[in-house]
Design a protein around this ligand. Structure first.
Ligand code: ATP
Ligand code: MG
Length: 399
């Protein structure tokens, strides 16, 4: 039987740049390969006047033992702080072994992970990381030490100006200039009134790199460190995962319910979420899975995080599915389905129709211009053209 593993969990509290020890996370291995996760907030943390919860659904601030058997014992808040395909690949490459125990992917990656948490073996937290490669070292940054940020695409965290940026590189198997097309969609989303992370293009050697400003890090006023804002993915809010049964719970409607409960400004955030859902339908972003949505706490309270990771999926078919349920008719990206869920977003049907119409109009008028501004070439523009406003978006089916 594999032995139990445990670590301390640290957090950078709102307004701070140093870690505070917040609790202890343990994985217990049972018979027949079962694994259970356990988490407790420390007494001194619970007594801390500035203590905050890790997330608003699963690990609320309370003096109790939390247990989970889901996701091999990894709570949503812990999973959100771990690397995915890309970061794992680099850890395996550095250690020369694969696959590793799940716990190693948590502790072996660099301390640049998403959100406010840190993990380590000692009760006293380490000094949090201050320095990151600059944009001039972009090319080296991608492999040198890896990153604990999630996602499948090659990426690195770099420092430029007063901010940290997520640098996203192209891959050999890409069908188009992915960094530029993603930049174009971020520009287009902004034109639709969607709050997105600022982004810009850079070069690393002969490759294009997309820089997306990290919204979970902010340099402190005195420049002495980084504030770390807590983040919880929609996967965590929906208490689900990537497994086939977990996918049944991927839903904008259920996410709207969670955002309504967690957000300090539910009406604004639900309107924003609805706009993003319409946008994803209008540009065939079928990679809109729940790790590509999050809530963020810049201080004590939670808001919907800016939009990120937007990609078009061109296809010949007339009708498209989103990866999350987007209306009472399931995942179908069709106007009648999208607007039928208006009530869950605290909106009237008329408001929902107006937002849909405005997104469609903006995408129609501006998508090509956004591609050009992002420097997407003619051939790539033709390749992705069919992603924009597919005919099926406008189908209506009588009940
Ligand atoms: N601007 C940002 N600020 C802070 N965190 C971010 C930002 N953009 C992305 N992230 C975090 O980093 C993770 C990976 O980023 P992103 O989704 O852009 O990468 P990806 O490799 O394209 O993902 P996927 O596997 O979905 O294709 C996200 O799931 C999110 O947790
Ligand atoms: Mg992603």
């Amino acid at each position: 039987m594999t032995s139990d593993r445990s670590c301390y969990v640290y957090i950078v509290l709102p307004g701070d740049v140093q870690f505070t020890t917040a609790g202890r996370f343990r994985i217990r291995h049972g018979p027949r390969g079962t694994a259970t996760g356990e988490f407790v907030y420390g007494r001194s943390y619970l007594d801390h006047p500035e203590a905050v919860e890790f997330d608003p659904v699963e690990l609320r601030l309370a003096d109790r033992l939390y247990r989970t058997g889901r996701m091999a014992g990894f709570f949503g808040a812990v999973r959100d702080a771990m690397p995915d395909y890309w970061g794992r690949f680099l850890i395996e490459r550095r250690l020369g072994r694969s696959p590793l125990a799940e716990f190693d992917y948590l502790t072996e990656g660099p301390d640049d992970r998403a959100g406010g948490l840190g993990f380590g073996p000692t009760v006293d937290p380490p000094a949090p990381r201050l320095h990151f490669p600059g944009t001039v070292q972009l090319a080296e940054a991608i492999f040198d030490e890896g990153t604990s940020m999630g996602g499948a695409r090659p990426k690195a965290v770099v420092e430029d100006g007063d901010a940290l940026w997520l640098a996203k590189f192209s891959r050999l198997q890409d069908r188009w200039n992915d960094p530029r097309v993603e930049h174009a969609l971020l520009l287009l989303a902004r034109e639709c009134g969607i709050r997105t992370a600022p982004s810009r293009m850079e070069r690393a050697g002969d490759r294009d790199v997309l820089l997306v400003r990290r919204f979970d890090r902010e340099r402190s006023g005195d420049g002495a460190g980084w504030h770390r804002h807590r983040m919880a993915s929609a996967l965590t809010l929906l208490r689900t995962d990537d497994s086939p049964t977990g996918r049944e719970r991927w839903s904008y409607l259920a996410l709207a319910d969670e955002v309504r409960r967690a957000s300090a400004r539910p009406r604004d955030d639900l309107r924003e979420l609805f706009t993003r859902m319409c946008f994803n339908a209008a540009v065939s972003n079928s990679d809109d899975h729940p790790r590509n949505h999050a809530i963020l706490a810049r201080g004590r309270s939670w808001r919907l995080a800016p939009a990120y990771d937007l990609t078009p999926a061109p296809a010949h078919s007339l009708e498209r599915d989103l990866s999350m349920i987007c209306g009472p008719k399931g995942r179908r990206a069709r106007k009648d389905n999208l607007v039928a869920g208006a009530g869950r977003f605290m909106m009237s049907r008329e408001d929902a129709e107006a937002i849909f119409a405005e997104v469609v109009q903006t995408v129609r008028a501006r998508w090509l211009g956004a591609m050009c501004r992002a420097g997407v070439g003619t051939a790539d523009r033709e390749t992705v053209r069919s992603a924009f406003l597919p005919d099926g978006l406008f189908f209506t089916r009588e009940p």
